[in-house]
Ligand binder design. Structure first.
Ligand code: BES
Ligand code: ZN
Ligand code: ZN
Length: 482
């Protein structure tokens, strides 16, 4: 990350400076003259956060104004401020400005951090394949506020950097990031962060009889991988680990059940779940969060070839169950299932899987939410939903009622990989995965949020790294509850 976030104890003069304002009386203290102050006071917003930009020819004074005595709940206000941060970031970019000092004033620590987070997360762009793009980039954000420590800023910066690495992986084309390359990137980055990591190749995957992962990989010229990453700090407060499982389809053509072109376009992002698992672990490690967490990332592309899995084929999964594969485009659940079976050996307190799993989840909730499901993990999902509101990676819980199990009964095998009716596709995918779990379990379908076609505020365009901030926040809250 080319962006520095630091604390300053003195405010430099003649530099871009952003002031928080909570009531009209504070306007005068923002280094502006009486006339300007009177003008802004007149326009003091009543309901929404608003920002004023004052040109000082050489630098800018920016006033982020919060409506007085507002009744906005703090988690909603934080999101408004992240979005305002995005606008400030865009403004700076447009004006080729590369630094900003933030003066917190009487604003709460959380609000200031939210605005800073919005600014920073908006500074991301994927430029690897641009040969000419030399646009100015934000390189320094400084915070001037007593209550915010250098450590807190370091924590935010580590988290943002993990988000950026995750986005880079999602944005990387399928051809330049096959399973082996994805796994070696995970390995390299994990080692740098002090995370123990092991990458299993095809022969080990065969020994483990992972028929789902091998089946999806069958048509491909690239080998599958299975990455196991473990963050086990000294003094971890949990006895049983929490396991994260991420879908790592490096490119999803649909296989022989080929996708139409318009649905295939964004499918380099079908490993967003695996990237999010890695991103979260990295942030936990860099910030030395005292929880034992294990990440499992099964990876392969889903590309048809002469040996490809065909609709109607029956495969045997790692836990011995047989699956009739009626649609090779429902491949994510096949690789996740084997990883979920693998998770059992850790005797986990909880397993959370995260995956761009179904178009149905995206159709149900669109780009503003995550579809969640749980089995024997009601308390856990309620906590996760709460974290979802904290970071605005919001989750809606869908049911896993036993009636849905009928949908995936197969005539010739134990289960089939699609529902009989086309309805409730996100849920039938969950019902499928339920066959492979034997512990408290949460399933997160991020198909709607993993990749944005247009700029979506501070989530940006392309890979969003959805899940990284969510899971990180969840673990931090969990720490404070222990
Ligand atoms: N990777 C896709 C799901 C997806 C769709 C992710 C849109 C992101 C955006 C998944 O592998 C898939 O193709 N699912 C099928 C399942 C169906 C055949 C039962 C789907 O949702 O259409
Ligand atoms: Zn698919
Ligand atoms: Zn897929």
């Amino acid at each position: 990350m080319n962006l520095q976030l630091n604390k300053i104890k003195q405010l430099p003069s003649n530099q871009n400076t952003l002031y928080f304002v909570n009531n009209p009386k504070e306007i005068e203290k923002c280094g502006i003259d009486k006339k300007e102050a009177a003008f802004i006071t007149k326009k003091y917003p009543k309901e929404k956060v608003e920002t004023f930009y004052i040109n000082r020819y050489g630098y800018w004074i920016v006033l982020v104004i919060i409506p007085e005595k507002n009744k906005i709940e703090s988690f909603v206000m934080n999101e408004y401020l992240r979005k305002e941060g995005h606008k400030v970031s865009e403004f700076l970019k447009k004006n080729k400005e590369t630094l900003i000092n933030i003066v917190g004033g009487k604003t709460s620590k959380d609000s200031i951090l939210a605005l800073a987070e919005g600014i920073i997360l908006s500074a991301y762009s994927f430029k690897k394949y641009k040969t000419k793009d030399k646009k100015a980039e934000l390189s320094k954000v400084s915070v001037f506020h007593n209550e915010i420590s250098a450590n807190e800023l370091k924590e935010l910066s580590n988290l943002a950097e993990s988000v950026f690495i995750c986005r880079d992986l999602v944005n990387e084309p399928g051809a330049s990031l096959n399973a082996s390359l994805l796994a070696s990137t995970f390995k390299e980055e994990c080692l740098k962060a002090g995370i123990k990591v092991e990458v299993l190749g095809k022969s080990k995957i065969k020994t483990l009889k992972m028929g789902g992962l091998l089946g999806v990989n069958q048509g491909s010229f690239n080998e599958p991988t299975f990455t196991i990453a473990e963050w086990k700090p000294s003094g971890a407060v949990n006895k049983k680990p929490i396991v994260l499982v991420g879908k790592g389809i490096t490119f999803d053509t649909g296989g022989l059940s080929l996708k139409p072109a318009q649905y295939m376009e964004g499918m380099k992002s079908d490993m967003a779940g695996a990237a999010a698992v890695f991103g979260c672990l990295r942030a936990l490690a860099l910030n030395n969060i005292k929880l034992h967490v294990i990440g499992l990332m099964p990876a392969t592309d889903n590309i048809p070839g002469q040996k490809a899995l065909a609709p109607g084929d029956v495969i045997t999964m790692a836990n011995g169950k047989t699956v009739e594969v009626l649609n090779t485009d429902a491949e994510g659940r096949l690789i996740l299932a084997d990883a979920l079976s693998y998770a059992e050996r850790f005797k986990p307190e909880l397993v959370i899987d995260i995956a761009t799993l179904t178009g149905s989840a995206s159709a149900a909730i669109g780009k503003y939410g995550i579809v969640g499901m749980q089995h024997n993990a009601k308390k856990h999902i309620d906590n996760l939903i709460k974290s979802g509101f904290d970071v605005y990676e919001r989750i809606v819980e869908f049911p896993l009622w036993e009636e849905y199990d009928k949908e995936i009964e197969s005539d010739i095998a134990d289960i089939k990989n699609i529902g009989t009716s086309r309805n409730a596709g996100a849920i039938t995918a969950g019902a499928f995965l339920k066959h492979f779990v034997s512990y408290p379990w949460i399933h997160l379908d991020i198909a709607g949020m993993g990749f944005m076609d247009g700029t979506e505020s501070y989530l940006g365009k392309g890979g969003t790294a959805i899940g990284v901030r969510l899971l990180y926040n969840y673990f931090k809250n969990k720490m404070s509850q222990k």
